[in-house]
Design a protein around this ligand. Structure first.
Ligand code: 5AD
Ligand code: SF4
Length: 504
């Protein structure tokens, strides 16, 4: 037996608290003979220590370190949640790997469209076979899909080999749930309908050393009639600005140069704080963080994008030159039924204001096709907006019926062939405009954040422009995480080939 205790050394939950004081929690120093603390996050540190102890035992029995893999579906919110899960797993002593052949496999699920759910069921079918040969294997499901009652019923009935199921509101309790799961033979199920609780100071493991997502708020109050997010992510809750700024300062101290502020509707930030503040005011605070080079955010809702925000973006040196402004549909009639709370004309006026203030801004959007009752005339309105705004790029989705949303009750669903044909026409228009806009910057020199070695050509690095486009250019790996200047020598449609240049 190789029972390797080294794996369990340096068991510090890498948490930083009280502003400048960097406090590391040594899990080994937690007295597990005491009963569990009631307050958070101390309660979770206690359970992390309990899990570590349990994992050590299992590792000794197996004669090797146990592995875990976290598989993420969906949006950046989920990606950020997965970083928190990975942070806890590593602190506990798991070796986190990419393969689904791990001892502990977690799916962090998405349910915004039906096909996301189907993918998860597909993976579970595959895992069942692996688990039948590997008895100690544990499987956990979390994320948005788990907040749906019908899904939970199905899992209990048809996927009873799953060991742990939790939702989006109690992710901070992961260590505690994992411990219960470790010592239990039965499925552990813990789903909360909603919560006001935001627990700070839990460990997390960043995917990139130089850029990071930062939650500024959770949940959504908008109830767009097609969307399941408000039902699975709950009501809007904003983090305190001090906590956000503190987190960003610590990230910067740790080598991060770019942050992406995350929220379902960032324009609603701060409304429910004890001392209310606007998103634009938060951005100004974040701008002041020394050493931070780039700020991005996702996602603003057009209905309440303020002139104040446009002004702050215009005057900022750090906010990237990119705005993702989901339109969903161009027809005012459909927008009303979608409960988007703006008309085609209001959206176009907003875009005009933005372009007037920030002429070279890159605009991107989300468009949904096939919403119940969408006519050719409605679709023409969408095409018209695309032509007038001239988006740099757009995410296009086919409407997916989500049980429990008002749109699911609507009749006159659009036939699939009609939607697919519209989809092709829309895509052609978006791609044509996008290629024209990308071409305009050919030959210019731009500041680029070097993100990774190119996946297809070893000699190349891949970097991201402020406007979110990618450029591939020759360079050494030690530049990853640095801001460099690159001449965009050749436009390749949606990305560039380039050459690094030295600037004075
Ligand atoms: N069907 C298809 N697309 C959807 N989206 C949200 N709900 C649905 C749905 N039921 C899209 C919207 C949103 C993006 C994140 O996902 O365009 O902006
Ligand atoms: Fe869904 Fe609308 Fe909320 Fe976005 S704003 S998450 S589309 S309900």
């Amino acid at each position: 037996m190789i029972a390797n205790d080294d794996y369990f050394q340096n068991s510090y939950a890498n948490v930083k608290r009280n502003g400048e004081i960097r406090m590391q929690i040594n899990l080994d120093e937690i007295d597990l003979t005491n009963s569990e603390p009631v307050v958070e996050p101390e309660r979770q540190y206690y359970f992390m220590a309990k899990c570590r102890e349990e994992l050590k035992k299992q590792s000794q029995e197996l004669g090797r370190k146990l592995t875990a893999s976290v598989n993420t579906f969906g949006c950046q919110m989920n990606a950020r949640d997965s970083e928190k899960i990975v942070g806890i797993l590593k602190n506990i002593g798991y070796e986190v790997i990419e393969s689904e052949n791990a001892d502990f496999v977690i799916y962090n699920t998405c349910t915004v469209r039906e096909n996301a759910n189907m993918k998860v069921y597909g993976h579970l079918g595959y895992l069942k076979k692996i688990k039948s040969k590997k008895k100690h294997m544990k499987i956990a499901l979390c994320g948005c899909m788990m907040q749906e009652e019908t899904v939970i019923e199905k899992i209990k009935k048809s996927y009873s080999f799953v060991d742990l199921v939790f939702g989006t509101h109690n992710i901070f309790k992961f260590a505690e749930l994992l411990y219960t799961c470790m010592i239990s033979e039965r499925m552990v199920l813990d789903i909360w309908k909603d919560t006001n609780e935001i627990v700070e100071d839990l460990p997390s493991e960043r995917k990139f050393s130089f850029k990071a997502g930062v939650n500024i708020m959770f949940g959504c109050n908008n109830f767009c009639s097609y969307c399941i997010v408000p039902y699975v992510r709950g009501r809007e809750r904003s983090r305190n600005p001090e906590d956000i700024v503190k987190e960003i300062e610590e990230l910067v101290a740790d080598g991060v140069v770019e942050v992406m502020l995350l929220g379902q509707n960032v324009n609603s930030y701060g409304k429910n704080l004890e001392n209310p503040m606007t998103f634009a005011q938060l951005l100004q605070k974040v701008e002041k963080v020394e050493g931070l080079k780039r700020i991005r955010f996702m996602t603003p809702h057009p209905k309440d994008l303020s002139l104040e925000l446009i002004e702050v973006m215009k005057n900022s040196k750090k906010i990237c030159n990119h705005l993702h402004l989901p339109i969903q549909a161009g027809s005012s009639r459909l927008l009303k039924i979608m409960n988007r709370k703006y008309t085609k004309e209001q959206y176009l006026e907003l875009v005009e204001n933005i372009k007037k203030s920030i002429p070279d801004i890159s605009l991107t959007t989300d468009i949904m096709l096939g919403f119940p009752g969408e006519t050719e005339e409605d679709f023409q309105d969408t095409l018209d907006v695309v032509r007038q705004v001239r988006y740099d790029s757009a995410y296009t989705f086919i409407y997916s019926k989500r049980t429990g949303t008002p749109a699911a009750q609507m009749e006159n669903q659009v036939p699939e062939e009609v939607v697919k044909e519209r989809f092709q026409r829309l895509l052609a228009e978006i791609q044509k405009i996008s290629a024209e806009l990308t071409k305009e910057d050919e030959g210019t020199v731009q500041e680029v954040l070097v993100e990774e070695r190119n996946q297809h050509d070893e000699q190349l690095l891949t970097g991201r422009l402020s406007n979110n486009l990618l450029v591939h250019f020759k360079g050494e790996e030690n530049l990853i995480g640095e801001l460099v200047y690159v001449k965009l020598t050749e436009c390749k449609g949606f990305y560039y080939m380039g050459e690094m240049v030295q600037m004075e």
